[in-house]
Write a protein of this length. Sequence first.
Length: 181
Amino acid sequence: MLSAAFCAVMLAFSHNASALTFGDAHDLGQVLFGIPSGDVDRTNYVNHLIDMAPGTSDSFSGQTFNRSLANPGPGFPNYPDAVFGLNGTGTTINLGTGLYSYLFAKYDGPNAGSEVWYVGDLAGGIVIPGFGLAGQHYGLSGWTLFGPGGGGGHVPDGGTTVMLLGAALGALGMARRFIMS
């Protein structure tokens, strides 16, 4: 029983790094040019993009939005609103254990644009392109992760909940056996 629990824990926490690319199954679309690019602006851009039907283009807040045909995760029109999480730089990003839903990557200030990916079904380390957008050679300026809205906090996914419940019930069973001896 103990070895089965150990194997379950090891499987739950082993994640391979995934690479996101332009036009892949996680690609929600582009924001051209994504300026201004403060936290509130980025949040508004992502929320506008996820509210668009796949394969459409639109203008909002002085930006051009191109929604990809990809419809990952909960799918359109069921995406939860984006809530600002954290900013960073570099092409390697640690998503943790499913705390984030969206990734906004900004490429070379005013010269290129921004890419948005759905990452709600990914965990652990991911890698994003260092240069983009697709067909361009502008460098990554920085990225922002967004969590899902409306939750009032982070709730573990179903697998984590079941694993914790199993561990608790196993501990109670062992404690009962110890007490009864």
